[in-house]
Design a protein around this ligand. Structure first.
Ligand code: NAG
Ligand code: NAG
Ligand code: NAG
Ligand code: NAG
Ligand code: NAG
Ligand code: NAG
Ligand code: NAG
Length: 921
């Protein structure tokens, strides 16, 4: 009986102690207790973390205990770190996961940064409350602990669901760059998978997650070739070593029955240098005469296609692993790849698995890391070590650092922190230190020698219990300007070097400290007073100029009376003077427009005329029709708004003119008309605008909108963005026009309820339904404009989008989501664009037209994407121009490649012998 029990107990113990792999750490962030999950992983709560708040969440269909809790941190400028014990000189997989689950009932999707030590690892952008975001990194440990920190809450609060560490056993992920680079995991794909769930522990002893190729998600494995079939086997696969993909992954594959396997996927973090390996094992029964030989084709990388894969031959047998790969390869953001059979092969290509990692450059961190660690080791509490690097990516809360790539600490603020003991002498090793605040503590003992801190400018040691003399070495610090040592127990005499120095010095309250034995009271040397006077003068002068600058606005004539109310509202925030607009006289306008001779446009609320002022300045005069909805009130609104908005990407407002029955707004004249005319007006027949130009126009417009959203207080929502409201100047620089519908967003409230206005085709559906206006409504309209730029199509058309579709958004969405971007690209762009930059914009455009505002990016994010896209396009432009000769030459070679069935723009494969082969390991 007892023996049985003992056996049971032993079995139980055995079970528990062997469930967990060595070197696995699984933190259930926000969890309460340790537990073992269904697959045998042991989870521990993250109780080591002193900050943040643990919270329970509940997400539909998510039953794993580790995803029912999370830990979130304040949205401040600090960083919050986890410290993990590791074994030096060992490789690890580090995984952080994030399931938002709307924990704060806010639906403001968080965006924040995660770092490993001093290195920025990734920016976590939550875009769905119920989707788990996963980030993985492979690193070689060089210290006994690593820090993983969350910081830089851009929106919402930073949070984390799990933090996992998996120790590798060997050298599969060895790279010759591993001392300077981490590998950030971009793709790890199990082809031909039989379910959507990833293959992981215990099938993979290292708990890598091999993602199924059958997962349906946006931008993941699209453009799959016709004739792609899944195959699988139950026979064991010889993978040789543990770190290779587990047999379960290798037992499934895809085969290109029609001779090709093609895929396209987005690679997070790229373009950049990457590590890419494909895994093959022959798992089909080949007939006696069958052969399987194929090549990899990557667009723009002809050298890659040289090597022919013959799995059986390369692996020396069936059901054996062959893993050709590249240890350093330049990869684009949108990776299109193809395996094509060779002409003498009877079977199409086969692919079992693939891994792509990006090289992430390590940051060396602050030069003062070791010194500051030694300093805080002298303090009784360990709270001063806030984890990670003292300076990067954001400094500890009590430090300031300079902005060098390897920063130095320049300021330490430890006033009134109950610190005791001696002042750590190591502080003097912080050679970049400019300010040191140690006042109001209980420090005892002597003042250390600070001659190591030659930049030291401000030193606060007052209100401690320091003893000994005031060191004369302080006088040798060339930059010392302020020295406070009052209310200590210092003794002796004040060094004459200090007294003769241009310095603010306070040594009062030290009963035994004397100035050359004479006086004992506050002695402040005011050599710097002259400096202070200069400073004071400078302040007065700049205020005066500011005042003059503002005065300009007061000289203007009276405003229409109704506008005054609005105006008061605008300026009620502070005592800033009212800014009013220039009032043109009717005569001036009649003269300038030659009695309204030349009509240059018309819109919903008036006709626009060309004019030229006496000084030669060309103007556009918008005459508001009296029956337009824009009544006197809106007029006042617009005039007031316009007069305080100045940005180079907003059409400049010059003033207004009003008579009894007519109101006019005067703007700068824009020589090249509206963007709309250039995209699908009569102008396009003569000359179409290039893709790069379109991107630049988008950038200009986005900058203008960004200014409205973020540069104005209160923020301004345009409400009627459309391609006919984007005007082009003489140099084709774009400016946003027409704030007739703009309305002030009320400070502190994220939306404004008002009558729905806007233009069909550009109108945010959410705004239409809810009548709640936010800046995301403009983002929606801007998304439509991006789609117009890509396609050259109008936002609404009864004919262009097929039978059941009138709307550019539906039409483009269908194409883009199915991977067919070519189907929407403006044919008049011919092939003169880079597909990657096109993809970036197309995908961002789709984000912008998401049905719900909170899912849309901010205009600043869109702007960033456009700028990235411009960089890609410029680079591609340069190579397109540089390569045009080579391409025609190479196309001769490519004639020999008929069997490869090269498609689209990949027709420039060359056979340059000098180019390196892929490395097979
Ligand atoms: C979370 O749930 C656990 C048990 O399910 C409970 O003990 C704990 O108090 C909860 N925590 C919070 C913050 O609600
Ligand atoms: C949860 O699972 C049920 C049944 O499998 C399914 O009908 C439902 O759509 C799922 N909900 C979510 C949010 O995935
Ligand atoms: C990490 O190692 C230190 C020292 O070896 C030890 O005190 C600490 O408990 C360890 N932390 C964890 C989470 O295992
Ligand atoms: C914080 O995030 C913002 C936006 O993502 C970025 O512009 C900024 O550089 C980041 N700051 C740091 C210190 O990383
Ligand atoms: C690690 O490698 C050793 C020998 O090199 C082997 O015995 C052990 O099983 C491996 N561990 C794992 C988890 O693969
Ligand atoms: C692929 O092959 C199948 C038959 O194996 C054929 O029916 C189909 O038309 C082919 N598709 C293409 C695109 O060649
Ligand atoms: C990869 O190759 C490029 C040049 O081809 C080189 O600049 C880079 O340092 C290499 N390694 C990494 C990790 O980027």
């Amino acid at each position: 009986m007892d023996a049985k029990l003992l056996l049971l107990l032993l079995l139980f113990l055995f079970d528990v102690s062997f469930a967990q792999m060595p070197g696995f750490v699984s933190l259930d962030c926000g969890g309460q207790e340790s537990f073992t999950d269904d697959i045998g992983l042991e989870w521990d709560p993250d109780t080591q973390v002193r900050f943040g708040e643990a919270i329970n969440i509940s997400v539909a269909n998510e039953t794993r205990k580790q995803y029912m809790t999370l830990r979130h941190f304040p949205a401040d400028s600090r960083k919050y770190c986890y410290s993990l014990n590791v074994t030096s000189r060992t490789r690890y997989l580090l995984r952080a996961t994030f399931l938002y689950g709307n924990f704060d009932n806010n639906n403001v999707y968080p965006k924040f940064d995660i770092s490993l030590g001093a290195t920025h690892w990734a920016t976590i952008v939550i875009s769905d409350a119920n989707t788990i975001e996963v980030r993985e990194l492979i690193f070689l440990a060089s210290t006994p602990t690593v820090s993983v920190c969350l910081s830089n809450a851009t929106t919402g609060q930073p949070f984390i669901s799990t933090l996992e560490l998996r120790q590798f056993n060997g050298s599969v992920y060895y790279t010759q760059f591993e001392d300077q680079f981490y590998l950030s995991v971009s793709a790890r794909i199990n082809f031909g998978a039989d379910s959507e769930a990833p293959v992981r522990y215990p099938d993979d002893p290292f708990d890598r997650m091999w993602e199924s190729d059958s997962v349906r998600k946006a931008n993941y494995l699209v453009d799959v070739a016709a004739g792609t079939e899944k195959v699988s086997t139950k026979l064991p696969i010889d993978v040789d070593r543990d770190e290779r993909p587990p047999p379960k992954v290798m037992q499934t594959a895809v085969v290109g029955r029609n001779g090709s396997l093609t895929y396209r996927l987005n690679l997070d973090g790229f373009p950049g240098f990457g590590w890419a390996v494909t895994y093959f094992a022959e798992i089909e029964d080949l007939g006696p005469t069958d052969t399987r030989k194929f090549r990899l084709v990557l667009p723009g990388m002809p050298e890659i296609s040289k090597a022919v894969v013959n799995i059986e031959e390369n692996a020396q047998g069936k059901y054996r692993l062959y893993e050709p790969g590249f240890t350093n390869l330049t990869l684009p953001f949108v990776l299109s790849f193809r395996f094509g059979k060779t002409s003498d092969s009877s079977l199409g290509p086969l692919l079992n698995a693939m891994e792509i990692n990006k090289y992430l450059e390590k940051s060396d961190g602050s030069l003062d890391g070791a010194v500051v660690a030694s300093v805080i080791s002298k303090f009784s509490s360990s709270d001063w070590d806030e984890g990670g690097d003292p300076c990067l990516p954001v400094p500890w809360s009590w430090l300031q650092c300079n902005s060098d790539p390897q920063p130095r600490i320049i300021k330490i603020s430890l006033s009134k922190q109950n610190l005791s003991g001696n002042i750590p002498t190591d502080l003097a090793k912080l050679s970049g230190l400019v300010e040191l605040w140690l006042d109001g503590n209980s420090f005892v003992g002597p003042i250390p020698d600070f001659t190591g801190c030659m930049d030291l400018k401000i030193l606060h040691l007052e209100n401690n219990q320091l003893t000994g003399e005031l060191p004369s070495s302080l006088a040798s610090l060339p930059n010392l300007r302020e020295l406070y040592v009052q209310n200590n127990m210092l003794s002796g005499t004040v060094p004459s070097g200090l007294l003769s120095k241009n310095l603010v010095l306070d040594y009062s309250g030290n009963i035994n400290l004397h100035e050359g034995g004479k006086r004992n009271h506050v002695y402040i040397i005011v050599g710097s007073v002259i400096g202070a006077v200069v400073l004071l003068l400078a302040t007065v002068v700049s205020c005066y100029f500011l005042h003059k600058g503002r005065r300009r606005y007061h000289e203007q004539a009276d405003l229409p009376e109704e506008s005054l109310a609005v105006q008061r509202f605008v300026s009620s925030k502070g005592d800033a003077p009212k800014e009013t607009a220039h009032c043109f006289s009717v005569n001036e306008i009649v003269q300038a427009t030659k009695d309204f001779e030349r009509k240059i446009g018309s819109g919903g609320f008036g006709v626009v005329y060309y004019g030229k002022l006496n000084d030669g300045k060309e103007i556009a005069v918008k005459v508001l029709t009296s029956n337009s909805f824009q009544g006197r009130r809106e007029f006042a609104n617009e005039v007031t708004l316009l007069s305080r908005i100045h940005h180079r990407n907003l059409v400049q407002f010059l003033g207004y003119c009003q008579e009894q029955d007519r109101s006019m707004l005067i703007y700068e004249f824009m020589h090249n008309g509206t963007l709309k005319e250039h995209l699908y007006g009569p102008l396009t027949r003569e000359k179409t605008i290039s893709w790069i130009k379109r991107l630049e126009i988008a950038e200009d417009a986005a900058r203008g909108i960004e200014y409205l959203h973020t540069g104005c207080i209160p923020a301004i929502i345009h409400r009627d963005l459309k391609s006919s409201n984007i005007l082009l100047d003489r140099h084709m620089k774009a400016k946003v026009s027409d704030f007739g519908l703009s309305k002030l967003a009320v400070d502190g409230v994220s939306h404004v309820s008002s009558i729905v206005r806007g233009t069909v085709g550009y109108l945010d559906p959410e705004y239409y339904i809810s009548q709640q206006l936010t800046d995301k409504s403009d983002v929606y309209s801007f998304g439509v404009i991006l789609l117009e730029l890509i396609s050259g199509q109008e936002a609404i058309s009864n004919v262009n989008f097929g039978a059941n579709c009138r709307n550019i958004v539906q039409w483009a969405k269908l194409h883009i989501e199915s991977g067919d971007i070519q189907g929407i690209i403006d044919p008049s762009l011919r092939n003169e664009y880079d597909i990657q930059s096109m993809w970036k914009i197309a995908e961002k455009a789709l984000m912008c037209v998401q049905p719900h505002g909170h899912l849309r990016p901010s205009i600043s994010e869109v702007l960033k994407e456009i700028q990235d896209s411009i960089l890609i396009e410029r680079e591609a432009n340069a190579t397109r121009e540089g390569n045009s000769d080579d391409m025609s030459r190479n196309s001769v070679h490519s004639l020999n490649m008929g069997s490869l069935d090269l498609c689209g723009n990949e027709n420039y494969v060359s056979f340059d012998e000098s180019i390196a082969r892929p490395t097979a390991r």
